[in-house]
Design a protein around this ligand. Structure first.
Ligand code: ADP
Ligand code: MG
Length: 679
């Protein structure tokens, strides 16, 4: 039997049902998925000059062993291996913890290269491993997003194995004219060099090709959807205008002008028989959710069902709770479906959904899974659109009907950029905040002043407020995040004493534990909520007036802005405290701009100017769609070029039949056929 990239990962030796399930959790189902599961960074094992190293940076130092290694034991089972390393005319201490066997590899007078973490104050290196700099495979350490079920070493091993077994099956999919034009690498080499780059240059070249490939495939899918939209009719949703007006009157506030304008724009789309494909942008707190509620209500008055999809369970639950209240006085039947909905409840719910008894279904990816059948789906809204893949829209289509689609994104990006990034959608903007909002005052302190900031937090809490304290997510190690967050909450509990209750929220908690923490915070039983960024979006507790963010320089501007948007939601004055010791000028500028403006559009613009690839935690929350390789901000021009190229391709009559596009057309066909079976 021939090897095919569409083979299941289970065809690799050593991948049983458990591992297969873990890999599926990372979005890896096939060999192709595994081969394009690229490292999100490389531990740079290139040798570095001592003068250029920042404190705590991971580096390789190369020199000569200048003293006999000394092994010291301490504690019951611990030991420390010390030796001096001579680099040019200076001597540095190198320490390995609990790796006594390295002794053999350290010989006085011999050259050596050590990879480890630099301590600038002590001018010493905490060694992690001894490397052989002449060995290409060792010169770069690929780091993959891992999970509890699938460890870093497992992913590396499987990718190596998959490459060895399947390299021959990797064929080119990029059209030859574009390969020539942009000097793209052959796909096999590109995949090889993404995982096992022989040099920094090779790695950069591979990433360049992979970025273009990813963007072109994305834009081709967008064009395909667009062509389908043009070729078929959508539905004309004839809503009941009187009922809609009456419903708006029941809201506890007057809509802003901007909200009224976008409601009108969306309602016009609903009435029209053409497919609605619209992006709704608005800064945090601008009131997108209520706009969503109004237009969903409109669709429901016309006898259609509406679906609202959110990226996380916490968000979906919160929407469900809020909307249940908003619709309490109406006959709208609201239901929630997530991954943790119990099988029995799910079964009942799905039957009611198929029978048309549920008007509004709120949930996560669970909404587009197999077996979820709608009676008469008319409108689909996705919250935090950038967190979803390209396929989610196509997946809703396969649920039947031709539902109108509205995507909401909380971080506004410039209109032209939005159109490129989201494949030529129509764009509505809420460019106004509800009246009576207090501005959020933002300060930046260095970590040695954090205690002063905490004293301020204590005062505010004593005056009746509540605070969020956020620590960053470290992508490669969920365990470390949890440890960080746990340690911080314990420290804060110590610091504040027993009168103030400190809670803890992180991704490892069970859904019901998360709920319990959130509920306690909402109820005011907890005054300080320590969290990893799981609270980043949408959470709404009006009494919370302080957002304190540790290691704030590890976040992008857009993400900081999102976090800050969690406070200032009531009428009390609110504060955002950034704790950070930025290591470079760019980091300092990011902290400064945060203290100067709360305008999301200005921040988005600044983000574009300031961002270099790889120095912040991904593009989450940037308002741009998330890609695996390409960075839609840093590589924006590539995204734009790919859009033009995709457009030019589909303009050619019968392009699928041309030899240069066959591989691409085939690839897209297979990809589209798999939609809906993936999630
Ligand atoms: P977004 O989703 O855009 O971040 P939300 O829809 O969560 O914003 O709205 C933020 C808060 O403002 C909510 O508590 C909501 O009830 C309230 N709100 C929305 N629109 C208005 C308005 N026109 N006037 C006053 N408050 C509003
Ligand atoms: Mg919202």
């Amino acid at each position: 039997m021939t090897h095919q990239l569409s083979d299941a990962v289970a065809s690799l030796s050593g991948v049983g049902p458990a591992k297969q399930k873990g890999l599926a959790g990372l979005g890896i189902n096939t060999i192709a998925d595994l081969l394009t599961y690229y490292p999100f960074r490389y531990d740079d094992l290139q040798v570095k000059d001592v003068n250029e190293i920042a404190d705590q940076e991971k580096v390789t130092l190369k020199g000569t062993v200048a003293s006999e290694p000394v092994l010291a034991r301490f504690g019951r089972k611990k030991n420390r291996l010390n030796f001096r390393l001579l680099i040019e005319h200076d001597v540095y201490m190198v320490t390995f913890f609990n790796q006594p066997y390295l002794m053999k590899q350290i010989t006085t007078g011999q050259p050596i290269a050590v990879y480890g973490k630099w301590d600038a104050k002590r001018s010493s290196l905490t060694g992690m491993k001894i490397i052989n700099p002449n060995n290409a495979d060792e010169a770069f350490g690929s780091i993959y997003p891992a999970s509890k079920a699938v460890k870093q070493t497992t992913i590396r091993k499987l990718i190596k194995q998959a490459y060895d077994d399947y390299a021959d099956a990797i064929t080119d999919i990029m059209p030859a004219p574009l390969v020539d034009k942009y000097r793209l690498l052959p796909r096999r080499q590109m995949i090889h060099d993404m995982h096992f780059p022989p040099s920094q240059e090779a790695s950069a070249a591979a990433r360049r090709s992979a970025t273009y490939e990813e963007f072109l495939l994305f834009q081709m899918q967008m064009q395909a959807l667009k062509q389908e939209d043009a070729a078929t009719n959508g539905i004309a949703i004839h809503y009941n205008n009187d009922r809609l007006k009456a419903f708006i009157k029941t809201l506890p506030f007057e809509l802003t002008h901007a909200q009224k304008r976008v409601v009108n724009e969306i309602c016009l789309d609903l009435k029209s028989p053409k497919h609605m494909n619209r992006l709704l942008q608005g800064d945090v707190g601008s009131g997108k959710t209520i706009v969503a509620a109004i237009v969903m209500y409109a669709a429901i008055t016309a006898g259609y069902q509406a679906a609202l999809m959110a990226p996380t369970e916490i968000l979906a639950e919160q929407h469900a709770n809020n909307l249940a209240k908003v619709f309490a006085a109406t006959d709208v039947n609201v239901a929630l479906l997530t991954g943790s909905t119990k099988p029995a409840a799910r079964k009942t719910l799905l039957a009611a959904l198929a029978a048309g008894e549920i008007d509004l279904l709120i949930g996560t990816h669970a909404l587009i899974q197999e077996g979820v059948n709608y009676h008469r789906l008319g409108l689909v809204i996705t919250d935090e659109q950038h967190r979803f893949g390209v396929n989610q829209r196509a997946a809703f289509r396969q649920k039947g009907g031709q539902p109108d689609a509205l995507a909401m994104t909380a971080t506004p990006i410039p209109r032209t950029l939005a159109i490129t990034a989201y494949g030529e959608m129509d764009v509505s903007e809420i460019d106004e905040l509800p009246a009576g909002r207090q501005p959020i005052q933002t300060t930046w302190v260095r970590s040695n002043q954090a205690n002063n900031a905490l004293d301020f937090v204590r005062q505010q809490i004593n005056a009746g407020s509540q605070a969020y304290v956020v620590t960053p997510l470290i992508e490669e190690s969920e365990t470390l995040d949890v440890k960080n967050a746990e340690a911080l909450s314990a420290n804060l509990q110590d610091y504040f004493g027993p009168q103030i209750k400190v809670g803890l929220l992180h991704g490892r908690l069970k859904p019901e534990e998360k709920d319990a923490q959130m509920a306690a915070f909402k109820a005011g039983d907890i005054q300080v909520l320590v969290s990893t960024t799981v609270i980043e979006v949408g959470v709404d507790v009006k009494n919370a007036t302080i957002m304190m963010i540790y290691d704030a320089d590890r976040f992008g501007l857009a993400q900081l802005h999102q976090l800050r948007g969690r406070v200032g939601r009531g009428s009390k004055a609110s504060f955002c405290i950034l704790v950070a010791d930025p290591k470079n000028q760019q980091g300092i500028e990011r902290m400064q701009i945060m203290t100067q403006t709360t305008n999301g559009f200005i921040l988005a613009q600044k983000d574009l100017e300031l961002r270099g690839a790889g120095d912040v935690l991904g593009v989450k929350q940037s308002g741009m769609p998330e890609f695996k390789v390409g960075d839609p901000i840093a590589d924006l021009t590539v995204l734009q070029v790919a859009q033009q190229d995709a457009h030019a391709i589909v303009q050619q009559p019968d392009w699928q039949a041309k030899p240069e596009y066959q591989a691409l057309a085939q690839y897209l066909k297979v990809k589209l056929a798999m939609v809906g079976t993936l999630d």
